[in-house]
Write a protein that binds this ligand. Structure first.
Ligand code: IVH
Length: 670
């Protein structure tokens, strides 16, 4: 309560100072000192004084954040200095190359330090302060001219209307920063949009940009926007020498700078930090799309200059893509070539990390239920690198009337009851004759395993749909004339396709094995099996123990392989393919040479003095030995050179023979 001697003007000034202090604690430092009701009491008191004494209202009073709408939309304003953009890099090597280039352009002896700041994925703004008071705020626009959105920016409480009095204010300064939606606030905002029956913003960045361009500032005021400032365009009445100093300077004057910023003195440390940030970006509570790396010294920055509006002194390090919100339209279940049921999300098309995404994997039923992803919901879709897009989870509340998802009880294609083997997360269609499985096997055979040119997935689909090809042998029994009946095939292309199919009979045994679709037999295992057993018959008759002798095959895989060959239908398939002319044994030239060391396996580790590793490997292989990369019980011996790694220790642990370079010479002989 004001004392009797305090005038309303004094009290109003004191309240403004107190309110600004608490706004700063809460919105800038993220460290409030008082609770909301205590804050509200101060605010209400100020509002009451100002209502009674309108002459006391100042433009930078906290009560004046939400003002009138600009009468005629937004006017264009020229920035005091252009707001450029950054060149991006995506690898350690590119960062190192950039640092090399900098060193060449500067004096090679000079030290270069760097400042790293998370690259906020929001909307860039410029804020002009004169004598410490915010006079104008604008969007980036085309970099030269933006839109005057002062009225909207004033509503963002992390933006000081007046710079803090503790530090001297310059005559004029243009502060730059990024407006963003904290993710928690974004989720809440999306909910309110949906509740109001509006189409929700596709991502936090769009929502931030859209909020700045609201004609009515009270609409912007309701959005929980914030800012991180990261630089200065123009400064009059003070001088700064480094980016690091600039961040401190801004912070002292009440601006919100990013606490995650750091200064590093080697490009190695910079690269480590940039790469390291990728896994931690999810913990930040706001979206970043990379790390901005800047040369710290302004003197060096000036000497480096810029190229096409992009500074040579800074780079944006980006890990590929991010996430977006869209609607989950349907969940399809596809039956894979080994009978596994894969749930797939059909999405309303959405732009994520530079591409349009309309479908995404959903892994398995447990995963969908754990994340509680429901058809009809808005979901968060994420893309990382070249990885298939993933549905991370629902964005906010479920839509009314949606239900938890369940895997269908029957195979969508053959209606056989699906099973979920004990201890497995995936459901399977147990029907070996399931059309989808057959079709997937054909795709795999033509596209992946045997790599048959001139026969694409759509041809296979048509042949399948018309009932012309329903199995691998069908493909080889197909006369060229039948192919011309397939839509899209002229005589010449039909002949080519036919010839490609016939030529595929020359493909090696290992590829045929891979193409057979034996569970858990990928390309590498298929090759090992082919080399080890040499014929399909020997493989089909192998016991579990014999299978486990092969590198990479443990009990589980051995069992699946034995099971596959125990099925008479599969045996018949192999027989049919053999009769049609496919390779079901190892060709002469595929066979490793027979020799004194046939049947033994060696691993080479460390640096050898007298040979390169390739030479040693070739010498061992010429004698029939296999040379592999990892030590296991199946390894005959480990050849250990200078500074060996963990492989030598592992050999000792497993009781595998350890050979010196001299031993190797003796072993190989003259
Ligand atoms: S420095 C010459 N620092 O990234 C431009 N930019 O492509 C120098 N951004 O439009 C910009 N966080 O909106 C800088 N800590 C940061 C940033 C940052 C986000 C945005 C900014 C700019 C774009 C640059």
């Amino acid at each position: 309560m004001p004392s009797r001697t305090t005038t309303p003007a004094d009290r109003a000034a004191e309240l403004r100072r107190l309110i600004d202090h608490h706004l700063h604690r809460y919105h800038v430092l993220d460290d409030p000192e008082i609770d909301d009701s205590a804050y509200d009491a101060l605010y209400d008191e100020l509002e009451a004084i100002e209502a009674k004494h309108p002459e006391l209202v100042t433009s930078d009073s906290p009560t004046q954040r939400v003002g009138a709408a600009p009468a005629a939309g937004f006017t264009k304003v020229a920035h005091l200095s252009p707001m450029g953009s950054l060149e991006k890099v995506t690898t350690r090597e590119a960062l190192e190359k950039w640092a090399d280039d900098i060193r060449k352009r500067l004096d090679t002896e000079e030290e270069v330090a760097y400042v790293l700041e998370p690259k906020i994925d929001g909307s860039a703004v410029s804020l002009v302060y004169e004598d410490g008071v915010l006079v104008r705020g604008a969007t980036r626009g085309d970099g030269e001219r933006g839109e005057d959105v002062t009225a909207n920016l004033r509503t963002i409480k992390a933006i000081p209307l007046r710079m803090r009095a503790e530090a001297p204010a310059p005559a004029r300064v243009e502060v730059r920063g990024e407006i963003f939606f904290p993710l928690e606030g974004f989720a809440r905002y999306i909910e309110t949009q949906i509740a109001a029956g509006r189409k929700p913003a596709p991502n936090a960045r769009n929502a931030a940009a859209g909020s700045l361009r609201q004609l009515n500032p009270s609409v912007t005021a309701e959005r929980p926007l914030s800012i991180f400032v990261y630089g200065i365009g123009v400064l009059e009445g003070d001088e700064l020498a480094t980016q690091w100093e600039t961040l401190q300077w801004l912070q002292e004057r009440g601006f919100r700078t990013n606490p995650a910023a750091e200064r590093l003195e080697s490009i190695d440390a910079v690269a480590d930090a940039c790469i390291g940030w990728e896994s931690r970006r999810g913990d930040l509570g706001y979206e970043i799309d990379g790390i901005v790396v800047k040369v710290d010294s302004f003197d060096q920055q000036r000497r480096l200059g810029s190229l096409h509006g992009r500074p040579r002194f800074a780079r944006a390090f980006k890990w590929a893509p991010t996430s977006a919100v869209t609607r989950l339209v349907r969940i399809h279940v596809r039956v894979g070539r080994t009978g596994v049921l894969n749930p797939l999300a059909e999405l309303e098309p959405v732009h994520v990390g530079g591409v349009t995404v309309s479908s995404a994997t959903l892994h398995n039923e447990d995963d969908i239920r754990r994340k509680d992803i429901r058809v009809g919901d808005l979901v968060i879709v994420q893309r990382a690198g070249d990885v298939i897009p993933q549905v991370v989870g629902p964005a906010g509340e479920h839509e009314p009337g949606t239900k938890p998802w369940r895997m269908p009880k029957r195979c969508p294609l053959c209606k056989t009851e699906v099973v979920r083997p004990e201890g497995e997360v995936m459901h399977r269609c147990p029907n070996r004759a399931c059309p989808s499985r057959g079709l997937e096997t054909l795709y795999h055979w033509v596209g992946g395993a045997l790599d048959i040119e001139n026969v694409g997935g759509s041809t296979i689909k048509k042949l399948w749909d018309e009932g012309i090809v329903r199995s691998l042998p069908d493909l080889y029994r197909l006369p060229a004339e039948r192919l011309t009946e397939v839509e899209g095939y002229a005589e010449l292309s039909a002949t080519r396709a036919f010839e490609s199919i016939q030529r595929s009979k020359e493909q090696p045994f290992s590829r045929v094995l891979f193409g057979l679709n034996i569970p858990k037999v990928g390309w590498v295992i298929a090759r090992s099996l082919a080399l080890h057993f040499r014929t399909a018959d020997a493989l089909a008759d192998a016991t579990l123990e014999q299978l486990e002798e092969v590198e990479g095959i443990g009990p589980e895989r051995a069992e699946l392989i034995a099971e596959w060959f125990a099925d008479p239908e599969n045996r018949a398939l192999v027989e049919e393919l053999r009769e049609l002319g496919l390779q079901l044994s190892l060709a002469e030239d595929e066979r490793p040479p027979e020799g004194r060391l046939t049947g033994s396996q060696y691993v080479i580790t460390g640096t050898l003095e007298g040979w390169t590793r390739e030479e040693a490997k070739a010498a061992l292989e010429a004698l029939g030995a296999k040379v592999t990369d990892s030590v296991s019980k199946k390894t005959t011996g480990v050849v250990v050179g200078e500074s060996p790694g963990s492989k030598a220790q592992k050999a000792k642990k497993l009781g595998v023979a350890v050979l010196s370079e001299d031993d190797l010479r003796v072993l190989i002989g003259p």
